[in-house]
Write a protein that binds this ligand. Structure first.
Ligand code: IMP
Ligand code: MG
Length: 181
């Protein structure tokens, strides 16, 4: 059972949902008057649950582009060099782009995507993450919208995985130590 692999819950779904609604309101306020349209660029696969909830809090005409990066291959809990699985689906040129990721950890994934997005000459570019591991995030990789600052723990659920499992767990939690290597 998935549930029994979780040691403790860090953030309950209701709390996540309230914060996602706040982030949506903030983004709607910032981009409501923008002439060039808004495009959200979620980094798959981790951002898929977050972005699905976030866009339903945005009462704006907007588009979605996609990219996929793999940072923790297989059962790794220590990041390796990010691998671009799928570069870009969608057109960023002249758009107001918000890159969306589940978590800002070492910053290598976001650095890769921020550089890639810039090459497509968007009208503007910002970054939104649900979680930020404050201890590790380098100062030059900035996130403009942050859901929660968390301790340096490996977490799963709400899109975040371990070995591609637990993405469907509705809360964000920490695995029992014997599950992780
Ligand atoms: P970074 O490149 O080290 O900042 O790592 C960011 C990426 O690694 C995110 O897109 C996540 O998919 C993944 N990641 C980082 N920390 C965790 C974690 O605690 N649990 C699950 N995935 C994580
Ligand atoms: Mg990811």
């Amino acid at each position: 059972m998935m549930e029994s692999d979780i040691d403790r819950i860090l953030l309950r779904h209701e709390q996540i949902h309230r914060r996602v609604a706040e982030l949506g309101a903030e983004i709607a306020k910032d981009y409501g008057e923008a002439e060039a349209g808004l495009t959200l660029l979620p980094i798959l696969s981790g951002a898929m649950i977050f972005v699905a909830d976030l866009i339903r809090e945005l009462p704006l005409k907007m588009k979605i582009a996609l990219t996929q990066i793999s940072t923790y291959p297989g059962h790794a809990t220590e990041p390796s060099e990010p691998r671009t699985v799928m570069e870009l689906v969608g057109d960023l040129r002249g758009r107001h782009v918000i890159i969306v990721d589940d978590i800002l950890d070492s910053g290598r994934t976001l650095r890769r995507v921020q550089e890639m997005a810039r090459r497509h000459e968007p009208a503007s570019q910002r970054t939104c993450v649900l979680l930020r591991k404050t201890a590790k995030a380098p100062p030059d990789i900035a996130a403009d919208y942050v859901g929660f600052d968390i301790d340096d723990l490996f977490v799963v659920g709400y899109g975040l995985d371990f070995g591609d499992h637990y993405r469907n767990y509705p809360h964000i939690g920490v695995l029992r130590p014997e599950i992780m290597p």
